[in-house]
Design a protein around this ligand. Structure first.
Ligand code: BTN
Length: 268
């Protein structure tokens, strides 16, 4: 804990989010523990970190298996300006871009798989789960949950950072505290980008790290190409279809969770 606080202090010239760190050995879900703290008056910047989660939550109601060795962290954010509930994916994109770029700056070649996966060497390194509290269509509070595979066992499509580092001739992330500080700095820089520079800038940075750009996908057996994402989090696909004999490429928008993209490229 002291190492982490020292690493954060050393890395930040000024603070955008006033992190206050809360450590637990075992919780059901760090997101849930953070919501409980927020209901008791905790403020934006509160962070919950756990060694183990007994009921870690993944996207779309899935379980996030959370044994010792993984990083399980949640950060509370509130906003000065209004963010529409329908724009909540922007928080996930900001987090994904921020963390991926922090890790890339250290030499870890992380990419993003739409919408919320961190990918290394063609496998899932981690994921992001954003939960929000909404009032009158506006987000009043958000909890950003991040799980990253550090030394924990992973399924076939996953990878942990230590095994990747073991296959390199350098080991840029030396301990879990260092990884945690990179993740927190990433979340902070992602939120700062979204709130100071705006969604247009954020999306172009997110797309720079998106491994799915240009991918061929099939929608109702029609071939198309991934060309980007919308500010609401949908995937933009240009279909390739024929109007009598002429090729036309109407753009369609695919909602997160309705199509599954592969973990094919090792880097962007
Ligand atoms: C995904 O499905 O890819 C998102 C996984 C997010 C897991 C993290 S672990 C810390 C935080 N607490 C949770 O219960 N889930 C998130």
């Amino acid at each position: 804990m002291q190492n982490l606080e020292a690493a954060l202090k050393a890395a930040r010239k000024y603070t955008y989010l006033p992190f206050s760190l809360h450590f637990f050995e075992r919780v059901s879900s760090t997101n849930q523990t953070l919501w409980n703290l927020l209901n008791q008056g905790a403020i934006s910047g509160t962070v919950v970190i756990a060694t183990v989660q007994s009921a870690g939550r993944g996207q779309w109601g899935r379980q996030w298996i959370s044994p010792v060795g993984g990083l399980y962290i949640s950060v509370a954010i509130s906003f000065d300006h209004k963010i529409e509930a329908t724009d909540s994916y922007q928080l996930t994109f900001a987090t994904a871009w921020g963390i991926a770029s922090q890790l890339r700056q250290c030499g870890v070649d992380v990419g993003i798989k739409w919408p919320n996966d961190l990918v290394l060497n063609g496998r899932k390194l981690g994921g992001i789960l954003t939960e929000t509290k909404v009032n009158k269509g506006q987000i009043t509070q958000a909890v950003i949950g991040v799980g990253i595979n550090w030394t924990n066992p992973v399924p076939e499509t996953g990878i942990n950072l230590e095994s990747w580092q073991a296959s390199q001739d350098f080991r840029p992330i030396t301990c879990l505290e260092m990884l945690t500080s990179k993740v927190l700095l990433g979340i902070e820089s992602g939120m700062e980008c979204l709130c100071q520079e705006g969604v247009k800038v954020l999306l172009s940075r997110y797309l720079d790290l998106l491994i799915n750009m240009g991918d061929r996908v099939y929608v109702n057996n029609i071939s198309g190409k991934v060309v980007g994402v919308t500010p609401q989090g949908n995937l933009r696909v240009d279909l390739e279809t024929y109007n009598t004999k002429e090729l036309i490429t109407p753009e369609i928008y695919i909602e997160p969770g309705t199509i599954s993209l592969g973990y094919h490229k090792s880097s962007v």
